[in-house]
Ligand binder design. Sequence first.
Ligand SMILES: C[S@@+](CC[C@H](N)C(=O)[O-])C[C@H]1O[C@@H](n2cnc3c(N)ncnc32)[C@H](O)[C@@H]1O
Length: 259
Amino acid sequence: MNMESDFHMAKGEGETSYINNSRIQQKALLETEVVLEKAVREVRMDLHQPVMTAVDLGCSSGKNTLFFVSKVIKVLGHDSDEKSRCNPVELQFFLNGLPGNNFNHVFRSLERFKESITARHKENTPLPPFYIAGLPGSYYTRLFPRQSCHLFHSSFCLHWRSRVPAGLEEGGREYLNEGNIYIAKTTPAGVAELYQRQFQNDMLLFLKLRYEELVLGGQMVLTFLGRKYEDIYNNGYLNHPWGLLARSLQSLVEDVRKP
Ligand SMILES: C[S@@+](CC[C@H](N)C(=O)[O-])C[C@H]1O[C@@H](n2cnc3c(N)ncnc32)[C@H](O)[C@@H]1O
């Protein structure tokens, strides 16, 4: 599987689509909004140019997609201090996702978003001018010129690896991970190490790339799933659903293989 070209959330707008099944992700956005607000204010304080470039990495599509954009606009719209009045800032947003992301849906929702945010905004505090662009590509590659971004945001994305760990899909060996799709109780230690190494490589690469792209004094707000316990075989309540999912997938594969 090529993550960059093949990977995407469940498409469409139906019952099983990501758009209609992203409440946990929405909860994460709401729980971290205070952190985001603080970062936006601090970036604004340090800004020495008229344009702030803000990026949502792994934006997906649906209700959550424009949460980041609306939050940044609201914070800057409400803060009418001396600096904001004398030097009003313009906002350039980039919504990043893998090429298979439903950008059509995102683009179609922009007009309605602009109307609703303008209607909701109080007249005495002018809305900062903002511009929104889509940016297809993996955040495990360079996405921007050097020192050109002020704020990176990413929610519920960075736990996705850039690839199946090297070594896991080689040689056509089957069930190297004992049929698990994750680090589960029966995962061999060597396989767990492959996942860990892949995470370390991906994260290091991600941080190096964003370091290149951020301006001095820029900030990142990154929210992603992690493990609660040192023991990597213990992932609390998540072990059970992943195990069930792995078994369901396996039985589907067996069905397909039956002569
Ligand atoms: C669970 S969704 C979260 C979407 C959105 N941020 C939210 O809070 O609802 C994860 C998103 O990350 C994207 N993603 C995963 N790996 C990526 C990568 N390497 N580069 C860009 N986007 C990626 C997926 O395509 C998917 O849209």
